[in-house]
Design a protein around this ligand. Structure first.
Ligand SMILES: [Zn+2]
Length: 290
């Protein structure tokens, strides 16, 4: 399988060193982390199962299953996100390489207006559905989200991070949302382990259907606080060490956030309306358009 390449341009600096610049982790690690986050959000939005890789209940390759039933048996306990991005006992299906627009790996994403390429170097064969999901993830990041770490720190404390423009997406097959949903449902149905974990997954886990997006304006701290107060449970407000569930970018003029269920989402939408903010799109609307 040949490499697939996406071309992007920074609108604001992209934070690429994960949480700690001193740990010398390669910048690709941070980018893969944020691609994975959106991949998981999308898979869950399409009613598939994606584990929380930071949770004790995360996936690992089933060695016994492998001995009994080969690769298919080993992967029966591995969610679609881990199948693509790797988990204990199973390596990622690709290696990511970041270069400038000429293919040179020496570049900095610390400024705006930098054109760069994400090279996905397959290490295992991809399914058409996986390539489709990756293409959709890059579109989501371009239209609504952000890439890399530190995307929650707001001015004036820190510069705004992670806003990127997708100049050229990876190629992906023309599949319908229904086809991908059917594939995801098949993975859940075909595995008792995944069915069980999906049915007990916490509502706090981000699912695209319960997101909200606006691509015409940004929110200041006061406005963001007003929005999170629409949620009486305190989930959206976060707490020490747990970030707010609303993010806004001044340079890209956008904000997004997520809720745990339809009820919380409705009260957020109502609050935004009362604040005079219109043109808010829900995650479900984004999913319906796929
Ligand atoms: Zn998983």
């Amino acid at each position: 399988m040949k490499e697939v390449v996406a071309q992007l341009k920074t609108i604001s600096p992209v934070w690429t060193a994960g949480l700690d610049r001193a740990n010398n982790s390669p910048r690709e690690v941070g980018l893969v982390g944020s691609l994975r986050w959106w991949y998981e959000v999308l898979v869950r939005g399409l009613c598939g199962y994606a584990c929380d890789p930071t949770d004790a209940d995360r996936c690992s390759f089933d060695d016994d299953g492998y001995r009994r039933g080969g690769l298919e048996g080993g992967l029966r306990t591995v969610c679609p996100a881990c199948q693509m991005f790797g988990c204990g006992g199973w390596s990622s299906k690709f290696r990511l390489l970041v270069t400038d627009d000429k293919g040179q790996p020496k570049l900095s994403l610390d400024n705006k207006g930098v054109t760069f390429q994400l090279h996905f170097l397959p290490t295992k064969a991809w399914l058409p559905t996986e390539q489709w999901l990756l293409g959709q993830v890059l579109i989501l990041i371009d239209h609504y989200g952000a890439l890399g770490g530190r995307t929650t720190l707001k001015p004036p404390k820190m510069p705004d991070y992670g806003q990127v423009q997708l100049l050229k997406n990876v190629p992906y097959p023309k599949l319908t949302r229904r086809e991908v949903e059917t594939w995801l449902a098949g993975i859940t149905k075909g595995s008792e382990n995944i069915s069980r974990r999906q049915s007990t997954q916490a509502p706090q886990i981000p699912r695209l259907g319960y997101f909200f997006f606006n691509t015409e304006q940004w929110l200041d701290t006061k406005q963001m606080n007003q929005v999170v107060q629409a949620d009486r449970t305190g989930f959206m407000a976060g707490r020490r060490g747990v970030s707010k569930k609303i993010f806004s970018s001044q340079p890209a003029k956008r904000f997004l956030g997520y809720t745990t269920d339809q009820r919380m989402l409705s009260s957020v939408l109502k609050t935004l309306e009362q604040m005079g903010i219109s043109n808010v799109k829900t995650g479900q609307e984004v999913l319906n358009a796929l």
